[in-house]
Each structure stands twice: as structure tokens, then as C-alpha cells.
Design a protein around this ligand. Structure first.
Ligand SMILES: Cc1ncc(C[n+]2csc(CCOP(=O)(O)OP(=O)(O)O)c2C)c(N)n1
Ligand SMILES: [Mg+2]
Length: 823
């Protein structure tokens, strides 16, 4: 149902002022004594203990990094260690009231957050559950190492497990929490609600929003916290994430019971520094970070500054903010102030700050201060604090000894065939529904869908029963074939959601989604802000939580705006998790033409270059539907390229046309579109049809029989059919609409040369678009490869055609000239 929100002329033209509400700054003013009714003595001591464990852990890493030894344990750790010495109270205060269902996402400096949340989880889980978590995690590999010398309670064992699992991960050991494939900046442990930490600062800004979206859409318990550094508050993913998180529609348009704000706390751990730059006073203008909330929505995101040097102030804030979230009024923004004593990394000499500043903060050290309060309030005596410190030191020594020892904690062997990374880059599963026990929520039966009804009157094939070519408008085209696969999946997988710019009432870019709005509530299909980064990044968060997302970028050229999210996040988390996580995200990317330089470029090569993405480019309706089914039943991230030239293209290759039901086209298998014996033409995307035209002319005028192969997939890609064809024809030309330099065609040509060198009469010829900007439609012919260019290239580089004169210079000399000039 299209929405109707009239823009009232009088209202919007009226004069007035925007009024802001005061933003609370460090309003918590209670002491430990004041809080004795709220917290048991044991709880308060545990807060002290957890801070001390984190301090000891980070001190150990600092020593290892700076001196190569700790308490007599020698180790050289070459990888990163961004320490949070000084920041312990903020992390422990935050974790104190969080449950297992509350998920945190963080940054490069999150060892403390991992430990604080882990220790909080251990406290909350019963022994049986803890044992089951540890036993099942990677088949008990980590547990096996820590339980050898265990002699305490299950909670003690779990504490050893947490410290060892984190440290082994930091040291790249196979028994680490992510098999040693994430390392210090990316470590996480989902059974305790600790979700991926991100070395790309601000990376969690939109991922955490997607995670909160998952909780909301699928009505899961708990909240999500995105922990971001203060300097990262300027990052695109954070701003875009905040825009996506605060959309009006959650509170105004989404239907009950989905109505209400996202269950999200965007928390900034504000230690007043980036690496050396100072957001407050130098690189930003907000003065107090919490002010950012005022920019985002009427509620000002309930923004607040809290004192992260007092764990109870932070714990109190989390409780209050959770209440706001639970009444549907989230998301909220916290500016949790803190300070790091250590450098950005151990090699940092702190040249950008005065020693006196560090000393002044140490004067307020949260661990010393809180211990003093505990003693002052009669909760414990100094001897108990000393005991806690000693125990923390012993725990860390125990974990460290095991983690550095290669005989106890070996690294994964990545030199062998089918090694850990080879088997975890893709999860390669087939899962129709991410939650098979739940019924998908839709607004009408699939048979009642108006578009499907209209499509029932169209021809499934581009030909009539007499073999006559039908007008395109009478046939199922690629846009319809995509729609058929997509709508069907919405009736199978309850977690499936689709979103992006103009996805809803507009009908999606190029009308692919027309008919979806009628079928789906807002929570399954919605418009987003123009935030390509957050569109892709939030899909990552949605998938990390266990859902499946279908997101779209209107034009391929906008992929640049989502660069980090696609190239660093979507692609890498499956392998960085050691194979634990799945990433069922389909990113539809439409390749333009006619719209000039910034709307018409094919960037397949960028995606194909990045390990961890699957990349497909169907050119026929049969493949569009079948590949979409494969993408939407798979568990890997798929960049799904579509050509705007082809949305109306009917099926002309498969007899009978596009099947009505479900079927899958496997990734990686090219299709032979036309058999031939003299020349192979391998196409990617829309050049298929131009290759056919060229082949018809080559055959009719020069007697050259062409075999045409449509790549369909780029990653993965099985070369067998192409090599078989080359064995027959001994010649190959490759063509696509992407600029030739650095293209997938070049990679394929190089591999074909290598794999079939002895079979080739001539080197493979690559015909891409020119290495220019895409010119406007009126002169586009000079840019993209057309049939004449194919014939020119065949004549010039493969088989001289009798009596033929090239239309345009494509000689080797001219190619060398163009290369020399960078064009
Ligand atoms: C996108 C990106 N840009 C730059 C960096 C390099 N870098 C690492 S940490 C850091 C400072 C981050 O400061 P802040 O967000 O305040 O976090 P903190 O280090 O203080 O915890 C920078 C610039 C990065 N990792 N990612
Ligand atoms: Mg900072």
C-alpha cells in the first residue's frame, strides 16, 4: 500500500525556531555507599576484579610488545596491540547489566570490552550452559587446552577459557576464538554476546545498526551496542549508520508490533584522542561529543555524556537507556568519557600530549579510586583488593604461558591444500530459510500478487510457438525474472528483508520490485536514506546476527560510496571468524549506460579482486532468476550485477523460456550460447548480444564459425568449458563493458593463456570498454565494445578477414600508444 504523507504548505512555511532540549553531562552523582542498596557487596567486588583483570591483561601485552617478555615468559608479538589501559571502568560499567542477548560490536581497541562482556556473561550463565558453550565452540579445541590444569569451579574454568581464547586469538593461534584468523583488532566470541570488532575505525557504526535491525525485524530479545571511538565519530559509516538508525519510519510507518525505534545504543568511548589528533578542540567542532545526538532526531537520540571513570555511572546509564529502548523510543547515543594511559599502540611515544596530562588522569585512576570507595563504604578491606590483584596476575600468567607455547597452541597450517582459509573463505551452504521454524510474514497470498498475475499473461520465452520473435513487452524480461525469484523467497525465509533507496513505493530501481510493496510490510521492505555505505554495512550486521538481506545499489558507480562495507566487511567476516559466521547477503548492483561518466561504469573487476565475495553477472532472464535463487538460498555474500541495457531482455536461448517455478543456476559455470568451431568469444554481461551480432556477420561474410560462451559468474569461475572450447577453436576473444585495464577479462585472458598455451594459435584478445570516462549517450558508441569493434579486433589480432578494412585503429601499435598515455 503506498503511503500518503501530505507535506502541509502552511506548516512547513511557518516561521519559528527549532528548540533543543538540554543534554545531560555527567549527571550521575552517587557513591558506592549510596548504591549499597542496589548492588550486593559481591557484585561491587566483581566490578573491581573485572577492571583489575583487564588492567593485568593489557599490562601483560604492553610488556610483551615493549620488552618481549612478561613475568619471565618470552614472546615476540609482531601483530598489533591497541591497548585500553585506563579505560577499564568504562568497559566494565557498560557490561555489568548486559545479558547474553545484548550484543556488542566494537573497534580496534576492544580487548577490554571483550573481557568485560565475557566476564559479565560468565557471571550470568549457569554452569551447565557454560560447559555446553565451551564444549561446542570449535569442537572444544580451546576448552581442551585450558581444562588440562583446571582445578576450580566451572566459572573459573570459563574465565581461563575467556582469557586464553582472547589471547590465543591475538597471537594468531588455531585454538583462539576465531582460529587465529582475526587477531587482536577483530577478535570476538558470539556465545557471550561479543560480536565482531573492527580494525576499520567507525566500521561498527553501520554494522551495529544492521544488528539492531535484525533484532527489531525478527523480534529478538536484547539490545545492540555499537562501541565507537570518539575520533571515529566523524566517519561515514557512523554518520550513515546514525541516519539509518534514526529514520522516522520506525516510529511513524512501521506496523505494530514492529513500530518503535531501534534497540541500539551508539556508544562513543571518548578518550579524547584519535591516534594523536584531538576531536575536541582540534579535528571536530562539537566540543562535547554528546551534542551529535541533537542533529539526528527530535529525541536528540536521548544523548548524554557519562563519566566512564566511574563504572557505576556507566552501569546506571545503561539501565536507564535500556528502559528508553524497551519502550520503543530508541536509539540512544552515549558519550562515555575515558582516557588511555597507553599510547595508541605500544610504539607510540605520546609526542602529542603532555606527560602531566597522563599523570593527572592517573591521579583519578578508576581502579584505585573504586577500590578506595569499596574500602570506604565497608564493602571490603585493602587485603581483599591485594588478593584480587594477585589473582588477576596469576590468571594472566597462566593464559599467557599457554598462548605463547607453540607446542600447546599451534598456528593453523595455511600451506596445505584445503587449509583453514581455503575452507572458510566461503561457507557454501544451501539454506532455504534462516529460521525454518518461523512462518514468513506477508500481506497477501503469493497467488494474489498483482504483478505475478500480470506476468502470467506474458510469454515465458522470447519466441512464439512458431519460432517468431515476440516484442519484448510481451515477454518475461530480466526484471520480471528477478522479481519472480525474489518474491518467492519472501514467502520462504521469514528473516529475508530488502531495502535500499526507493525500494518501496517507487518499485525499486528500474521497477524490479514493482509488486513487492503490496506483499510486504515495512519491516521487510523499506526505503533507506541515501546512504550506500550504511545500506551495505547494515546488511552485514543483519547477516552476522543470523538473517538474510537483499540490498540494492541503484548504479554500480555508487559502489564507491559503499567501498569499505563491501570490500572490508561483507567480504571478510566469514574467514575472519574462522568459519563460524555466515554472510547471506545479496547486493544487487545495476550497471548503467546512457548516463555518462558517473552512472555508466562496470566495476565488476573491483569486486572480483576482493577475496571473499561471489560475483555474478547474468545476461539472460533464465540465468537472472536461477542465479538469484542460488544467491538467496546460499550463505555467502554475492555481488549480483545487472545491466540496465537488459532489464527488458526476454529469454532467447533456453527452449521454453523462463521456468515458472524454483530452479537454481549454479555459481561458477559459464554457458555455451552458440556452438562453433573457429573462434571462441567469451562474454561477461550485456556484451553477449553484441557478440552474437558480430558472430552472425563473421559467419555470413567470412565463413568463421564462432562459439559464444557467456561467463555468467566471475567469482567463482570454472575454466573447463572455456578450455574445451579453445582446444577446438584455438582462438579466443573476450569482451565486456568494463574498462579494459585491470578488468576481469584481463585476468581470464592471462589464465587461459597459462592453462591452454599450447592450444592457442594467437594470444587471447581482450576487448573491453576504452580506458576513458564513459562519455554521454550521444557519443557512447566510441566507448563500449560494439559488433564492429569485435570484428575489427578479430581481423587485426586473430584472423585476417579477406577484403576487410578496420573501422577503427586497434593495432598493437595503437594499443601501445594508448597504454603509454594512460588511456
Ligand atoms: C578507516 C580508518 N582510518 C584510519 C585508521 C587508522 N587509525 C587507527 S586507530 C585511529 C584513531 C581512532 O581514534 P578513536 O576512534 O578515537 O579510537 P581510539 O583509538 O581512541 O580508541 C586511526 C586514525 C583506521 N584504522 N581506519
Ligand atoms: Mg579516541
Amino acid at each position: 500500500m503506498p503511503k500518503s504523507q501530505m507535506i502541509d504548505t502552511d506548516q512547513v512555511r511557518k516561521s519559528g525556531f527549532i528548540e533543543f532540549k538540554p543534554i545531560p553531562v555527567n549527571q550521575y552523582a552517587k557513591t558506592v555507599k549510596d548504591e549499597l542498596g542496589r548492588y550486593e557487596a559481591d557484585d561491587l567486588i566483581r566490578i573491581q576484579r573485572d577492571m583489575m583483570i583487564i588492567r593485568a591483561f593489557e599490562t601483560m601485552l604492553n610488556e610483551i610488545k615493549l620488552r618481549g617478555s612478561y613475568e619471565g615468559i618470552e614472546y615476540s608479538h609482531k601483530g598489533p596491540a591497541h591497548l585500553s589501559l585506563g579505560q577499564e571502568a568504562a568497559a566494565v560499567g557498560q557490561a555489568y547489566h548486559l545479558g547474553i542477548d545484548d550484543h556488542i560490536y566494537g573497534s580496534h581497541r576492544s580487548h577490554g570490552e571483550i573481557l568485560a562482556k565475557g566476564l559479565s556473561a560468565i557471571e550470568k550463565l549457569d554452569d551447565e550452559t557454560l560447559m555446553s558453550v565451551m564444549t561446542n565452540y570449535f569442537d572444544g579445541q580451546c576448552l581442551g587446552i585450558v581444562e588440562k590444569d583446571a582445578n576450580g569451579s566451572v566459572k573459573d574454568l570459563a574465565t581461563d577459557f575467556l582469557l586464553y581464547g582472547t589471547l590465543a586469538e591475538i597471537f594468531g593461534r588455531e585454538a583462539g576464538f576465531n582460529k587465529g584468523m582475526g587477531g587482536s583488532m577483530h577478535a570476538f566470541f558470539t556465545p557471550f554476546g561479543i560480536y565482531p570488532n573492527n580494525a576499520i575505525v567507525g566500521g561498527s557504526g553501520d554494522i551495529s545498526v544492521g544488528a539492531a535491525l535484525f533484532k527489531k525485524v525478527n523480534q529478538k530479545r536484547g539490545i545492540v551496542i555499537g562501541n565507537i571511538g570518539d575520533a571515529a565519530s566523524s566517519c561515514g559509516p557512523v554518520w550513515e549508520g546514525l541516519c539509518l538508525a534514526t529514520m522516522d519510519q520506525y516510529k511513524k510507518l512501521w506496523e505494530e508490533p514492529y513500530r518503535g525505534g531501534l534497540p541500539l545504543i551508539m556508544n562513543f568511548y571518548n578518550n579524547f584522542y584519535g591516534m594523536g589528533g584531538q576531536p575536541c578542540g582540534e579535528t571536530m567542532g562539537f566540543e562535547i561529543l554528546a551534542r551529535l545526538g541533537a542533529a539526528l532526531n527530535v529525541e536528540q537520540m536521548h544523548a548524554e555524556r557519562v563519566d566512564g571513570y566511574n563504572p557505576l555511572a556507566v552501569a546506571d546509564a545503561i539501565l536507564r537507556k535500556r528502559e528508553i529502548i524497551e519502550r520503543g523510543d530508541g536509539p540512544v547515543l552515549l558519550d562515555t568519557i575515558t582516557y588511555r594511559y597507553s599510547g595508541h599502540s605500544p610504539s607510540d611515544q605520546s609526542s602529542y600530549r603532555e606527560k602531566s596530562e597522563i599523570e593527572a588522569w592517573k591521579e583519578h585512576d578508576p581502579i584505585v579510586h573504586f577500590a578506595g570507595e569499596l574500602i570506604g563504604a565497608g564493602v571490603c578491606q585493602q587485603s581483599r583488593i591485594d588478593e584480587l590483584e594477585q589473582q588477576a596476575g596469576e590468571l594472566i600468567v597462566r593464559a599467557c604461558k599457554k598462548a605463547v607455547d607453540l607446542s600447546v597452541s599451534p598456528r593453523a597450517d595455511l600451506m596445505k591444500k584445503h587449509c583453514l582459509l581455503e575452507s572458510t573463505m566461503y561457507s557454501n551452504c544451501k539454506i532455504e530459510s534462516m529460521e525454518p521454524d518461523r512462518k514468513p510474514e506477508t500481506l497477501l497470498g503469493i497467488d494474489e500478487n498483482p504483478r505475478l498475475k500480470a506476468l502470467a499473461n506474458r510469454s515465458r520465452s522470447g519466441f512464439d510457438e512458431n519460432g517468431e520473435r515476440l516484442r519484448d513487452t510481451r515477454c518475461i524480461g530480466i526484471r520480471d525474472a528477478l522479481f519472480e525469484a525474489i518474491i518467492d523467497r519472501f514467502y520462504v525465509d521469514p528473516t529475508l528483508i530488502a531495502y535500499g533507496e526507493e525500494n518501496r513505493d517507487w518499485g525499486g530501481a528500474f521497477a524490479v520490485y514493482r509488486g513487492l510493496t503490496e506483499a510486504l510490510g515495512y519491516h521487510r521492505l523499506f526505503n533507506t536514506p541515501i546512504s550506500e555505505g550504511a545500506i551495505a554495512g547494515s546488511a552485514v550486521g543483519y547477516a552476522l546476527e543470523g538473517g538474510r538481506a537483499l540490498v540494492a545499489l541503484m548504479y554500480c558507480d555508487f559502489l564507491g560510496r559503499a567501498g569499505d562495507e563491501v570490500f572490508n566487511q561483507l567480504s571478510k567476516w566469514q574467514a575472519m571468524s574462522g568459519g563460524l559466521l555466515k554472510m547471506p547477503v545479496v547486493l544487487r548492483v545495476s550497471v548503467g549506460s546512457k548516463y555518462g561518466a558517473q552512472h555508466s561504469q562496470d566495476w565488476t573487476s573491483m569486486c572480483a579482486h576482493i577475496p571473499g565475495l561471489k560475483v555474478v553477472f547474468p545476461a539472460t532472464p533464465y540465468d537472472a532468476k536461477g542465479l538469484m535463487y542460488s544467491a538467496l538460498t546460499g550463505t555467502d555474500p554475492v555481488v549480483f550485477f545487472e545491466s540496465q541495457r537488459l532489464y527488458g531482455q526476454p529469454e532467447i536461448f533456453v527452449p521454453g523460456g523462463v521456468p515458472t517455478g524454483q530452479y537454481e543456476v549454479p555459481f561458477g559455470e559459464p554457458a555455451i550460447r552458440k556452438e562453433g568451431k573457429d573462434l571462441t568469444i567469451l562474454t561477461i554481461g550485456a556484451t553477449l548480444y553484441r557478440a552474437i551480432e558480430a558472430a552472425q556477420e563473421l559467419e555470413a561474410k567470412y565463413g568463421i564459425s564462432c562459439e559464444i560462451i557467456d561467463a555468467r559468474s566471475i567469482v567463482p569461475f570454472n575454466y573447463e568449458k572455456v578450455l574445451d572450447s579453445v582446444k577446438k577453436t584455438h582462438k579466443i576473444l573476450l569482451t565486456s563493458d568494463a574498462c579494459e585495464r585491470g578488468s576481469c577479462l584481463q585476468t581470464m585472458a592471462a589464465k587461459i593463456t597459462r592453462f591452454a598455451f599450447d592450444e592457442l594459435d594467437a594470444p587471447p584478445v581482450v576487448l573491453g570498454a576504452r580506458n576513458w570516462i564513459t562519455p554521454p549517450d550521444e557519443v557512447e558508441d566510441a566507448f563500449f565494445p560494439y559488433p564492429d569493434d569485435i570484428i575489427d579486433a578479430v581481423h587485426e589480432n586473430i584472423i585476417p578477414l579477406k577484403g576487410y578494412t578496420v573501422k577503427r585503429d586497434c593495432s598493437t601499435a595503437d594499443q601501445i600508444r594508448r597504454s603509454a598515455e594512460g588511456i
